[in-house]
Design a protein around this ligand. Structure first.
Ligand code: NAI
Length: 255
């Protein structure tokens, strides 16, 4: 049986680590060719090397428009098409509204929101250039749906991603491009980002147990809990979905 995304070409940002790396691997397993991109170039190369022939690495800092221009053009030249862009790269600063600096606020928004804005803009450019009926998948978070006291910039940027996604979805639908755009809203997933969060109080295991207690299902997620949603949204199985929010949160926002 053919893979679920057989013949498609996907670009994943922040793919040297965590959710991006897992999504790139599952997309390859399901038949796609994947541009593994990250600002950490050696990390991207390592992941692409592990994934074999179907993957190639690119250095891409999502905050830099010249990087987007170059990489989208090179992906089109290398693979001949672009069907899927996963705007996954993101960062967090754990400081409440009284302690976060304007510089930190701007840095989080530059990566998490400006980066997704540029990713959507250049995804549409690349997909239209090759005539693809594409899918743009934006990583928001449960923190883009509900507030978290010590993550003001993260919540603001992820909330922005949620509505940017809907605007892009409606624009592409009205233009008749056949390009869809949806957002993903995971809770805590086992990645280096959550390791850092859990380690903040010194005891990582206790930190993870504390995070798990915040999730009704009682445990932190695995990266593939999100990769399955990425593959679904990347595939034609989700052809009626656009402007939607895919919540993967163990019941967190049901409370
Ligand atoms: P991670 O920290 O493990 O990986 C993030 C990757 O993004 C790294 O490889 C890093 O080099 C890259 N990156 C950072 N800034 C970049 C930039 N300017 N340009 C290009 N690449 C850049 O993080 P994780 O956990 O895999 O998160 C991935 C996405 O999922 C993020 O957007 C995050 O906010 C979101 N998310 C993560 C959750 C979690 O619990 N792990 C929960 C909800 C959302």
């Amino acid at each position: 049986m053919a893979g679920r995304v057989e013949g498609k070409v996907a670009l994943v940002t922040g793919a040297a680590s965590g959710l991006g790396k897992a999504a790139a691997a599952m997309l390859v397993r399901e038949g796609a060719r994947v541009a593994v991109t990250d600002r950490n170039e050696s990390g991207a190369r390592q992941v692409a090397g592990e994934l074999g022939e179907a993957a190639r690495a690119w250095s891409l800092d999502v905050t830099r428009e010249p990087d987007w221009e170059r990489v989208v053009d090179e992906v089109l030249a290398t693979f001949g098409r672009l069907d899927v862009v996963v705007n996954n790269a993101g960062i967090g600063v754990v400081k409440d509204i009284e302690s976060i600096s304007l510089e930190e606020w701007r840095l989080v928004h530059a990566v998490n929101l400006d980066g997704v804005f540029l990713g959507c803009k250049h995804a549409i450019r690349g997909m239209r250039k090759c005539g693809a009926k594409g899918s743009i998948i934006n990583l928001s978070s449960v923190a883009g749906l509900v507030g978290v006291d010590n993550l003001p910039a993260y919540c603001s940027s992820k909330g922005g991603v949620r509505l940017l996604t809907k605007s892009v979805a409606l624009h592409c639908a009205r233009k008749g491009y056949g390009i869809r755009c949806n957002s993903l809203h995971p809770t805590f997933i086992e990645t280096p980002m959550v390791d850092d969060l859990a380690s903040m109080t010194g005891d990582k295991a206790a930190g993870k147990a504390r995070l798990a207690r915040m999730i009704p299902l009682g445990h932190i997620g695995e990266p593939d809990d999100v990769s399955y949603a990425v593959v679904y949204l990347a595939s034609d199985e989700s052809k009626l979905m656009t402007g939607a929010e895919f919540v993967i949160d163990g019941g967190t926002t049901a409370m």
